[in-house]
Design a protein around this ligand. Structure first.
Ligand SMILES: [Zn+2]
Ligand SMILES: [Zn+2]
Length: 217
């Protein structure tokens, strides 16, 4: 975007923020941002980055695993991904906002959740060598029911380096009635086997050597 247009957009955004106060997606206090400063710092201090988690899969590490930042499971049977970034705990401060987005279809919450992401992970995404950012897809049936894919609503607003291209339709998902509520990793892994595939239009650009960043929610 040209510099003048960008400056104008920033000025307009500031005027709107001051004249039309919004509420924080976590504490619901009215102010000029979708995430207030105090909730932002709480999420930052309580975030998984401050805990001893496996850098590859994100699970909490046992004492003996802390030294090399990898869980035993990833050592013996590494997953097909290199790193995991978690914005918050599953039942953390952002859970209510995420449920508002996913289940109450309140798209405005995508702005607040992305603000939180941009605030805490801007550098990680700028510095990653991923070539593409892909949202985890919904099946066509689920997409029709919900009306939007919450992962794409976050991914499209995320700030990332110009080297990362966002591809909303490259990854596809078959429809399965079975839900994946189990906390057991092996059961969850087998439940998603064969569930995802690459749309044939993208097969020529995505191959096993392509570095991807997947947005889940
Ligand atoms: Zn707040
Ligand atoms: Zn791991």
């Amino acid at each position: 975007m040209p510099l003048l247009a960008q400056t104008l957009q920033t000025i307009v955004a500031k005027i709107i923020a001051k004249s039309l106060p919004t509420s924080c997606i976590v504490c619901e206090t009215f102010q000029d941002s979708t995430l207030c400063n105090s909730c932002a710092s709480l999420i930052k201090s309580e975030g998984l980055l401050n805990y001893e988690c496996c850098s590859q899969c994100g699970t909490t590490l046992e004492k003996s695993e802390v030294a090399n930042q990898h869980c035993h499971q990833c050592e013996i049977n590494p997953p097909n991904y290199d790193e995991t970034y978690c914005l918050d705990h599953y039942d953390g401060r952002l859970q209510a906002a995420l449920h508002q987005l996913k289940y109450q279809k309140r798209l405005a919450f995508a702005h607040g959740l992305t603000n939180a992401w941009n605030l805490l992970f801007a550098n990680s995404l700028e510095n990653t060598n991923a070539a593409y950012l892909l949202p985890v897809p919904l099946s066509q049936q689920k997409l029709c029911m919900r009306g939007f894919n919450q992962s794409w609503e976050l991914a499209r607003r995320i700030q990332c380096g110009p080297h990362i291209q966002k591809l909303p339709n490259a990854l596809r998902r078959h429809h399965h009635e079975q839900r994946q509520a189990s906390s057991n990793r092996a059961i969850r892994n087998s439940a998603i086997q064969g569930m995802f595939y690459i749309d044939e239009k993208y097969l020529h650009i995505l191959n096993t050597k392509t570095s991807l960043f997947l947005m889940m929610s």
